[in-house]
Write a new protein. Structure first.
Ligand SMILES: [Mg+2]
Length: 414
């Protein structure tokens, strides 16, 4: 059988993930409007069930406002550990379909299905089987699947008929299929960029495709050409092999091995600060913290833990990291100390953080330092404590890492 498409990419995204799990676990919530989020203070809606959405409520809306708009809604506090558990089940199902699974968040992944028609049939059949397998494995949750020849079009397709959708866009028709869609469906175009595109007179993806690429570059910079390419249904990016969700890490091979608790904690603090800053800049929060130590004889040791709720506050990351140190049995010395934040969840609204109010002052302080670092560079905000350890600062090798494309999954629906 000759493959009809040069590449087959599937994007699979659970429907109203957190709310659907609450309804799955508690049958009395089924068929009723559910808002997942903290009922206290200035909390925001993390996910609204589909029964609540006709009232106009959705993710990132302040909870108080959502309650006024949908007074019958039942508010349930989030249970992230449970969501993480279901996420593992989903990712296992995906890996039955393809060795090339790129997890984007807890409930969303790309699957490269190129060459799998022999096994699963035509693209529509592939999508149908993924949906059935997810429903069976989770005990009834629904997922929306989009299939096309590129990551970008597959992603737009999965959102096209939510919930429980299946949308197949043959590569030859991708450009025409995209054309009538609003520019909010352009990957990587946030609200500011969308406004900018409207201001230059373009309303639909088809308008962008028909525009002069030189004009787009002049008005929007390099992003203009990026949007032009997407609008033509082109996207050369491959599905990366990444079974777990993204992570942001910071680790250092030290100029001098460390052994004492104080020295290790000092290194963890530097890592936590760097990770917290990058999480905030990318508008992500982490559900998991991992600590990594490498012994002087190159043994790599790791310990990790899931949090009760996601955070982007360095102080929170650090306290978990310090706690994890108790779980290492090795006496050291260590030549590398590092930390990573994983199981990242998107936090679209950095201001309304009711759920994460555990340390609002601490977060404000860290944000103030972010702004200083942006203006004057990281050295200016180096901690006073670091200044007392100049010898440790100079010869370490910094190995910060960041999964790329972290900010390119706009239009998220959970
Ligand atoms: Mg989703």
């Amino acid at each position: 059988m000759k493959p009809a498409w040069p590449r087959i990419v599937a994007h699979a995204d659970m429907d109203a993930f957190y709310a659907a799990i609450e309804q799955l676990d508690d049958p009395s919530l089924r068929g009723r409007p559910i808002l997942v989020g903290s009922p206290k203070g200035r909390g925001v809606v993390l996910t609204a069930s589909y029964e609540a959405r006709p009232y106009g409520v959705g993710s990132a809306l302040p909870m108080a406002k959502a309650r006024r708009m949908c007074p019958d809604a039942i508010i349930t506090p989030p249970r992230f550990k449970r969501y993480q558990q279901v996420s593992e089940t989903i990712m296992r199902v995906f890996s039955d379909f393809s060795p090339d699974v790129e997890a984007i968040s807890l409930d969303e992944a790309f699957l490269d299905m190129t060459g799998s028609e022999q096994l699963f049939g035509a693209p529509e059949k592939i999508g149908r089987q993924i949906k059935d397998a997810i429903r069976d494995a989770t005990g009834g949750l629904t997922i929306s699947v989009g299939l096309s020849g590129t990551k970008y079009v597959a992603k737009v397709a999965s959102a096209y008929q939510k919930p429980d959708g299946l949308t197949v866009v043959p590569p030859s028709t991708a450009k025409a299929w995209l054309a009538p869609l609003p520019i909010s469906r352009l990957w990587g175009a946030g609200p500011k960029t969308q406004k900018r595109i409207h201001q230059i007179g373009l309303q639909t993806i088809g308008d962008v495709a028909a525009a002069d690429p030189k004009f787009l570059a002049a008005k929007l910079g390099s992003a203009g050409l990026h949007f032009y390419t997407l609008a033509h249904g082109e996207d050369p990016r491959r599905v990366a092999r990444r079974r777990t969700s993204k992570s942001i890490g910071s680790e250092r091979t030290l100029g001098k091995d460390v052994r004492t608790r104080a020295d290790i904690e000092h290194q963890l603090r530097r890592s936590a600060d760097a990770i917290g800053r990058r999480l905030r800049r990318k508008h992500y929060r982490a559900l998991g913290v991992r600590v990594k130590l490498k012994t002087s004889d190159f043994q790599l040791l790791t310990r990790q833990r899931l949090l009760d709720e996601p955070t982007d506050v360095a102080q929170n990351l650090l306290s978990v990291g310090v706690d994890l140190l108790h779980e290492f049995r090795h006496p050291g010395p260590f030549r590398l100390v590092g930390m990573a934040a994983y199981d990242l969840v998107k936090a679209d609204d950095p201001v309304q953080l009711g759920l994460f109010q555990d340390r609002p002052k601490r977060r404000n302080l860290e944000e103030a330092i972010d702004r200083l670092a942006e203006r004057f560079g990281n050295d200016v905000v180096r901690r006073a404590e670091d200044l007392c350890r100049p010898q440790a600062m100079q010869i370490d090798t910094n190995l910060d890492f960041l999964d790329e494309d972290l900010d390119e999954t706009g239009n998220d629906d959970n």
